[in-house]
Design a protein around this ligand. Sequence first.
Ligand SMILES: Nc1ncnc2c1ncn2[C@@H]1O[C@H](COP(=O)(O)OP(=O)(O)OP(=O)(O)O)[C@@H](O)[C@H]1O
Length: 453
Amino acid sequence: MSETKKTDADVSTAPDEREVLLKVEGLQKHFPIRKGVLQRQVGAVKAVDGIDFEVRKGETLGVVGESGCGKSTMGRVITRLQEPTGGSIHFEGQDITRLKPAGMRPLRRDIQMIFQDPYGSLNPRHTIGGIVSAPFRLQGVEPEGGVKKEVQRLLELVGLSPEHYNRYPHEFSGGQRQRIGIARALALKPKLVVADEPVSALDVSIQAQVVNLMDDLQDELGLTYVIIAHDLSVVRHVSDRIAVMYLGKIVELADRTSLYEAPMHPYTKALMSAVPVPDPKRRGAKSERILLRGDVPSPISPPSGCRFHTRCWKATEVCKTTEPQLIELRPGQRVACHHPENFADQAPQDTVLLSVAKEAASLVADEVLAESAETSAAVAAEVASPETAGVADTEVSEEVSEKPEVKITKTGPGAKTEDQSTHSGARGTARPTPTDPQPTDEPEAPSQESTDS
Ligand SMILES: Nc1ncnc2c1ncn2[C@@H]1O[C@H](COP(=O)(O)OP(=O)(O)OP(=O)(O)O)[C@@H](O)[C@H]1O
């Protein structure tokens, strides 16, 4: 994803004033589990379990999370390819949650999906012309100049030759097939395009081309995207905002800059630490990785409280018992965490780490823990100082946005842990709070510096 065009300046001009195109509230998709002759329901896979977000016109919302966290289901439900179990979906102000196929039909022009598999998603027996012209046939649309001319224009638009019209999918490479899929999705000039892992089946060298193509088309055609990916490397450069999903929930939703410079959810931090460093000068550098222990728990019976607590190095009792709500801790940054990174602790009274958290701490090098504790204590002291008392959160937030640079924490020989951003991430048995700024002298749980690049 090296050559991408969206800059921070673009992001800063992606303000909240833009009109909301899609609004999702409390969305749920539970797949029933049935057993026995009578097919009685004995449980449910809670693939999407109460999520809220909105997508504004012209923006790109990236959705990331590990395999099985419900991203694809969310994509299929918001495009109404699958029925939601609960919650609501509004598109351009219209409630489309329960629209029947006939009611959805006119909206199919406006909401399109690009699928992950460029091999499986194109019918091998149809020509490219037949595939890309299908939406016109299905919707009974006759474009100006005729279908063939329009399809050839679309092929050119996505960087293919109009002469490919009579060829078959097997004659094309993966990247070219994905371009065909994009041409088909754009045929009816949709307002919203949901792309489910649009490049993950492609060679790395082709991925950037396809992502850049989507970016260019967005500028040209004013498209709005929801781009689903399992890691941050795909969406990091093209998204205005990013939603991080874990086990059917959104755990963090923030604009791209905030998410990269000061992620608040420990899970976001762990995902970010897994993103490869694209800068060739830094490629040799050893960077800290947060290795999450174990697999994602089953969505059939997700953990109590915070669903991430069974893998989190900061988890305390409250995390096990009380589900944290997705709340806006900084403008434009919503997080569901009792003990967020880069921000004042939301449950400072709860100090005793769960055993899973203690185990996770052993994954992190001592010097990183020590550095993290120091930074944490410094932030706590700052938050608790008389000048900042009472407006602590705002002050910290401003500081972070002014000094956003997070440097890589290296563990190679001679490497030094370095972090110029303000972190309140590390926590242990004596967590610093605005009213209790004591630096901890107990071993800290890991709050690793991310390998943001
Ligand atoms: N039709 C279905 N019936 C039952 N369970 C399903 C169905 N579709 C998805 N699931 C389950 O829902 C959960 C979420 O799946 P989903 O495909 O949405 O996740 P994902 O984050 O997109 O993962 P991946 O990147 O691997 O596709 C998984 O546990 C999956 O097994």
